[in-house]
Design a protein around this ligand. Sequence first.
Ligand code: CP3
Length: 349
Amino acid sequence: MTSVPRKALLRALAGEVLPRPAWWLMRQAGRYLPEYRELRSRVGDFLELCLTPPLAAEATMQPVRRFGMDAAIIFSDILLVPYALGRSVVYREGEGPLLEPIESSAELHSLERQAVLQCLEPVFETVRRVARALDPETALIGFSGAPWTLAAYMVEGAASRDFCRVKAWAYRDPAGFGALIGIVTEAAIAFLSGQIEAGAEAVQIFDSWAGVLPADAFERWVIEPTAQIVAAVKRRHPQHPIIGYPRGGGVLYECYVEETGVDAIACDTALPPRYARERLQQRLPVQGNLDPVMLLAGEEALSEPVEQLWRILGKGPYIFNLGHGVLAQTPPEAVAALARLLRNLAPAE
Ligand code: CP3
């Protein structure tokens, strides 16, 4: 029997040190790609694109086909979870999403917990399609928003400058807010497990607004629910690695790593790579964290920061990525240049 070499991304997630970094980019599909804009123009809205499996599968494949990343990430959105819980979610052109805000715990009974899996079934079908279509070297990543970030969108109704409403609710009425977090946690567990059962080989938990909380609240609303998700998903799927992304977590990254049980840690743009090497990579594989704006700075400016990340993090288990998502104004040629740079890196020494 010939053994199939494992995919580079899965090897890195299992703790192997690779001669060249495995890589993918958060938000690697999307508006910076002309072929995505063409696909997007064929549907009425973004939700329809996410919930139409042949189109979502195509959007998933586009960046991988063009640039040869080591992983595809399923094309959907973190706000499909609030949508599946029965909230209205509208994506406004160029302005970000708008949700019908939840004002208090009295409204929690209206969340449709029973319908979640059925509502997300098109995403699972997308996963099945992409799993069949991917070449054998490319891994497939599923994802969910983390409960804190999802609750923040659900309470604020949109991205927010100061997160006053959601934070004030959490501080004033932790039991009531905890009930919302509990419902979202349960939905995130179902969403992630469903994607794994459909063929996702690893999953990432996006906590994009983790960094707005003080330490005690970070413990309670970021770490605790994430630990519950990790435990529940691992009970069902112990072999599937889970990547955590507590954006803006700063020095709390260490507590997050210790206490949540994630298998790998995605570093945001602000986290010093040396901190990641010394305090995180000893324990688990590190992913990240080139500033997405570097892709707007020209090919010349790109090589030094990429090589520097590799020098600092390449001696341990490492996955190259950005510290946040690809920006819509990124020239596709910059991503092509990045792909070339990564292919030509010499083994870290
Ligand atoms: O390529 C991929 O990474 C897979 C698909 C993906 C999308 N959103 C598609 C998308 C992923 C992983 C996400 C995650 C996501 N969505 C996050 C976490 C990551 C982060 O950026 O912090 C968040 C906070 C969201 C919520 C969201 N969705 C916002 C704020 C917006 C509007 C702003 C923006 O960047 O466009 C979206 C819309 C969205 N999600 C688009 C895409 C491709 C653009 C929709 C369009 O075509 O108009």
